[in-house]
Design a protein around this ligand. Structure first.
Ligand SMILES: [Fe+2]
Ligand SMILES: [Fe+2]
Length: 394
């Protein structure tokens, strides 16, 4: 069967009713409807009746629906945003090279990150490169299917850090006024709680979850040497590096959930393969950052710019600490999944699919990542999210 190409113009707010989407996957819809009428959904098909499983599999490979395109377009935008923020981290705290060009590094900020793990610059570089390839691949795939790629270039208006080492270019994201949600730290260590079952989780670092905090140096004032400290890293610089260390995991656990949530509403097997394969990388990232954040040294410092006290607690002491919260529990603890009647299971969470894309936009907005962005930016992102959340698996 010839691949059905989706015209780009059809992407504007089509309602994914079976009538609309049947333009792209009519045989599948018809077969399902017919089976439903017979009351045999879920039973095996007899050979020769209707479509064979092989034929259905082929059909799912050959069809890309309006919903699939909407999901990929939202993910392309999310990846562009991820690339933008990771690029800012790499310019100041990663490895600037031909794979991830731009910036020249901030020595003391990088040293602060290396307190969490000496390989932090390499990991930051690799995470940045990965996001860039996600963005480029998804957009290229959209084009290969006759669909419109996503660009956020018109929204690249936020300022760069003024610290030495950062490029002076327009940004999409703001890493200097973050409210970092650190509940992933306790959520992934909980043996009973699951956000999909209505549970909520305490902040591991309450002080960076409230107020606005830099995760990169704003100016060179944030990276002045303090000869009284080890490696001359001031408490302010270390607090900024610690904030980054938690924000890395906050971003990547979000990507981890987002891909798993949206995968459930993909129709094309090839698009499902893309979503699962890229989503798996987000999980790799989260796992790495989950390990590093636990190494953030305890400290308390007043940020002279905001006047706020930033406190990183001893993560091995109450109210955390104990067996369930020890910092080396970096793999997802088994917890309730689907139903509390079923046995506990080690899973990523949350993964409920309803409203996934809009939930991601809301979470990133709540973290302060878009402070300073225009109304048009939010409208564009919300439109992409709405379209993705209307996608229905056919
Ligand atoms: Fe990504
Ligand atoms: Fe990511």
């Amino acid at each position: 069967m010839a691949r059905e190409i989706l015209p780009a113009k059809s992407l504007l707010a089509p309602k994914p009713t079976s009538q609309n989407e049947s333009v792209f996957s009519a045989p599948s819809v018809q077969r399902r409807s017919f089976l439903k009428g017979l009351g045999v959904v879920g039973t095996a098909l007899s050979a020769g009746s209707l479509l064979s499983p092989m034929a259905e599999a082929q059909e799912r490979n050959d069809v890309i629906t309006v919903g699939d395109v909407a999901i990929l377009r939202f993910l392309a935008a999310a990846e562009i945003l991820e690339t933008d923020l990771w690029q800012q981290y790499n310019e100041l705290g990663g490895i600037q090279d031909s794979e991830v060009p731009g910036g020249s590094g901030s020595k003391l900020y990088t040293a602060g990150l290396e307190i969490l793990d000496e390989d932090m610059p390499q990991y930051i570089h690799d995470n940045t490169e990965d996001e860039l390839t996600h963005e480029v691949f998804i957009n290229a795939y959209l084009v290969s299917q006759g669909a419109k790629p996503v660009s956020l270039e018109q929204f690249r208006n936020l300022p760069s850090s003024q610290a030495t080492g950062a490029q002076q270019i327009g940004r999409l994201t703001n890493l200097m006024q973050l409210s970092v949600d650190t509940t992933w730290y306790t959520r992934y260590r909980s043996r009973t709680g699951n956000p999909d079952l209505g549970d909520t989780f305490m902040q591991a670092v309450p002080s960076i979850a409230m107020g606005q905090h830099p995760a990169i140096p704003r100016t060179d004032d944030d990276v002045q040497p303090d000869p009284s400290k080890a490696h001359h890293i001031s408490d302010l610089t270390q607090a900024i590096a610690n904030t980054a260390g938690f924000h890395f995991a906050t971003i990547e656990q979000g990507g981890t959930s987002l891909y798993a949530m949206l995968a459930q509403r993909v129709t094309s097997l090839e698009v499902l393969r893309i979503v699962l394969s890229i989503g798996g990388t987000e999980i790799c990232h989260f796992q790495t950052w989950s390990d590093k954040a636990g190494n953030a040294p305890p400290l308390s410092v007043v940020d002279p710019v905001t006047g706020l006290t930033v406190t990183f607690p001893d993560l091995n002491a109450p109210p955390l600490g104990g067996e369930d919260f020890q910092t080396n529990l970096i793999m997802p603890e088994p917890t309730a999944f689907l139903s509390r009647k079923l046995p506990a299971c080690s899973i990523i969470r949350p993964t409920a699919t309803k409203g996934a894309a809009m939930g991601a936009v809301r979470a990133l907005t709540a973290d302060g990542l878009f402070i300073g962005q225009s109304k048009e930016f939010f409208k564009f992102m919300k439109t992409l999210a709405t379209e993705a959340d209307l996608a229905v698996r056919q």
